[in-house]
Design a protein around this ligand. Structure first.
Ligand SMILES: [Zn+2]
Length: 300
């Protein structure tokens, strides 16, 4: 049993106050890739493969924590996931899970395998991960960042600024943020391994772009991975397929961000070209919808 009901944790996260307004930027009319630095030599995007890797399960999670207004008694076994994107000599991990004991004690978590060991089941050793992209600073997404010793780490500039600063000042909000993760992030910065992604629609690597505006946390981001059929990795900016299908917001930084979250979900579908190619953050269906072996689903 968890020492603290998960519903209370979700309530704590969703009660967080907003400080800045959402900065949604409209899609280019044709959905074309935009934003490359003027005069920069175009770099061909590699053929990126994409895998979802399940490192744990949280059983019987209250659905109303994932879909605003869902029936109070409905629960779902949610997947705890990291995504591995490979191509052009890069092994990119989107989110890192967690490994600190305190979270394993605080929540009911089953089938846990430390994220670096789970990634090894897809054939990639921890020190072979070249890049880590952090969707947002919550413990179950950023808590494994120190497991990948050679990775360059990417996070939104405003997410870094807020959770290393104002979040811990009077009036600040830091529900779901592990101070130990914040210390790791600061150390990564001093080591020159941290890259601050400055805003919406920014290319991180050729064919991998970061987008903001869904406001799950202060400046959460999601990714589009280009290809003949682009894929959007939503992380917690959209929890479940049902959020998309039923037009229900995921948990947001403040109640006022719900409309922005719904707009962002519609934008994710436009960016991917199909709702089928938007991969929600905690949906176990990604291990049903796509060919799966053990903990690893091959999305593309
Ligand atoms: Zn989260």
């Amino acid at each position: 049993m968890s020492r603290r009901p998960v519903a209370a944790w979700i309530a704590r996260l969703s009660a967080i106050a907003s400080i800045v307004l959402c900065g949604l930027v409209p899609l280019p009319a044709d959905g074309a890739v935009a934003g490359a630095a003027p005069g920069a030599a175009p770099t061909a995007a590699p053929a990126w493969s994409i895998q979802a890797i399940r490192y744990a399960t949280v059983p019987r999670f209250p659905l109303e924590g994932l879909m605003m207004g869902a029936p109070k008694d409905e629960v779902i076994d949610i997947a705890m996931v990291v995504w591995l994107v490979r191509g052009g000599g890069h092994a990119v991990l989107f989110d890192t899970g967690f490994h600190r004991d305190k979270w394993l004690k605080e929540f009911t978590i089953t089938d846990y395998l430390r994220p670096d060991e789970a990634v090894a089941q897809a054939g990639v050793k921890a020190d072979e991960i070249t890049d880590v992209v952090i969707s947002h600073a919550h413990w179950d997404h950023m808590g494994g960042v120190d497991l990948f010793p050679k990775a360059q780490v990417w996070i939104q500039k405003q997410e870094y600024a807020y959770y290393t600063g104002d979040a811990w000042q009077p009036g600040g909000q830091h529900g779901g943020i592990d101070p130990e993760d914040v210390a790791v992030l600061v150390r990564l910065n001093t080591e020159g391994r941290l890259h601050l992604v400055d805003g919406d629609d920014v290319e991180i690597l050729p064919g991998i772009r970061a987008y903001t505006g869904a406001r799950h946390t202060f400046a959460s981001q999601y990714l589009r991975v280009d290809g003949a059929k682009p894929v959007v990795l939503a992380s917690d900016n959209c929890y479940l397929d049902r959020n998309l299908a039923e037009h229900v917001a995921s948990a947001t930084f403040s109640d006022g961000d719900r409309a922005a979250n719904l707009k962002a979900q519609a934008r994710m579908i436009a960016l991917a070209g199909s709702a089928e190619r938007v991969i929600p953050g905690h949906d176990p269906r990604q291990f049903v919808r796509f060919p799966t072996e053990g903990r690893v689903a091959r999305i593309r």
